[in-house]
Write a protein that binds this ligand. Structure first.
Ligand SMILES: [Zn+2]
Ligand SMILES: [Zn+2]
Length: 391
């Protein structure tokens, strides 16, 4: 079956996307966005319920029995001041849809339009998940805990993320690991203060911290398999009072990234061991705190391969297999509960200025990609519910 998005629907989806873009809302504050989603679902006669404060789960039931598929879009914006100069730019100071979640939400509503008209010929159930707070603190887990994947129990779950590396007309579908875990770490180095002229009477936290920062570079350079992927970044370092005072305390923070869950565990253990060892050598105390963030996203390999082929046969989309990134996505939690597929939708086009990466104040997409994203979502729903592809 080939799916078409007619001009009226394409125009409606652009209108919805721009309305969301004008009123960006941060995590768990997506009240207007959620209300817009609910109004659109009501107009389509699609039943829905609220979960996890501003999250919405909707269901389109087919007329025949069959598997259940979930399609997920995130709705939140970022605390970034928009500098695109677009006519529909953010009207909220210091907030912007700079990651494309406005487009994700609008495309899922577009898919709802198409699926609602196909209801009579549909098998099983299509669950539409509109998720809050992907940029933090994370809305996926609270939605899952509130039952987003349970009624009906979902057999496969997919999402689209716009991607400024890929040209409009292309879609990225890669089997296996596609994003990284993102864990935060904090190190508090404590010595004892004193006069800068008498270092022997104090324990200086600054050289100890410098040694810790340098020693941490060893985790990736010397202790991680060169064929594995890992990042250890120290992002902040603060300490000291003035030029002639020995600092008694330095605080630093950083991020740990890995694609493999085993490497992720090793990173944490190595950071702890190295910090403790260097601290001991420099006679300071160092406390390490690791806050676990999103796990890596693992695309179900069979689902990815089969759907890539399915899309090639039924759409004009060029299906590519982009390399994994070290970014993080809380879709990972959905993909842990059911065979999952994170797809990357090309939105890049030089002539429309759509070249800046996500999280840039100049980020923009080429809206010609929106109907293509809808087609991919609808075809995924049909492929799974009809039983034509499975993991
Ligand atoms: Zn983002
Ligand atoms: Zn995003």
């Amino acid at each position: 079956m080939a799916i078409e998005v007619n001009e009226a629907l394409a125009a409606r989806v652009i209108e919805l996307r721009r309305a969301i873009h004008r009123r960006p809302e941060l995590g768990f504050e997506e009240h207007q966005t959620a209300a817009l989603v609910e109004r659109e679902l009501d107009a389509l006669g699609i039943e829905h319920r609220r979960l996890a404060k501003t999250g919405i789960v909707a269901r389109i039931s087919g007329t025949k029995a069959g598997p259940a598929v979930a399609l997920r879009a995130d709705m939140d914006a970022l605390p970034i001041g928009e500098r695109t100069g677009l006519s529909f730019a953010s009207e909220v100071e210091g907030k912007m849809h700079a990651c494309g979640h406005d487009a994700h939400t609008a495309m899922l509503l577009g898919a709802a339009h198409v699926l609602a008209t196909m209801r009579g010929g549909l098998c099983g159930n299509v669950v539409l998940i509109f998720q809050p707070a992907e940029e933090g603190p994370g809305g996926a887990l609270p939605m899952i805990e509130a039952g987003a994947l349970d009624d009906p129990s979902v057999d496969a779950v997919a999402m689209l993320h716009v991607d400024s590396r890929l040209e409009v007309g292309t879609i990225g579908i890669s089997p296996g690991g596609v994003s990284a875990s993102a864990d935060e770490f904090y190190v508090a180095v404590k010595g004892s203060g004193g006069h800068g002229a008498y270092p022997h009477t104090a324990v200086d936290a600054i050289p100890a911290s410098a040694a810790i920062v340098l020693a941490l570079q060893n985790v990736v350079a010397r202790e991680t398999d060169p064929l594995a992927t890992a990042v250890v970044t120290v992002g902040t370092i603060e300490g000291g009072y003035r030029n002639n005072v020995i600092a008694d305390e330095v605080n630093m923070s950083g991020t740990l990234r890995a694609q493999d869950p085993g490497v992720r565990d090793e990173l944490e253990a190595r950071v702890r061991r190295i910090v403790a060892g260097v601290a001991s050598a420099y006679n300071v105390r160092a406390d390490v705190r690791v806050v676990r963030g999103y796990p890596p996203v693992h695309n179900d390999a069979a689902l990815a391969e089969r759907f890539a082929q399915y899309l090639r046969e039924r759409s004009s989309l060029i299906v590519e297999r982009p390399a994994a990134t070290m970014g993080a996505e809380d879709f990972a939690y959905f993909a842990q509960r059911a065979p999952g597929l994170l797809m990357r939708l090309g939105v890049r086009r030089e002539s429309s200025g759509a070249t800046h990466p996500g999280h840039s104040p100049q980020f923009r997409i080429d809206e010609a990609a929106l109907p293509l994203g809808i087609i991919a979502l609808v075809l995924f729903a049909i492929a799974v519910t009809s039983g034509e592809i499975r993991s």
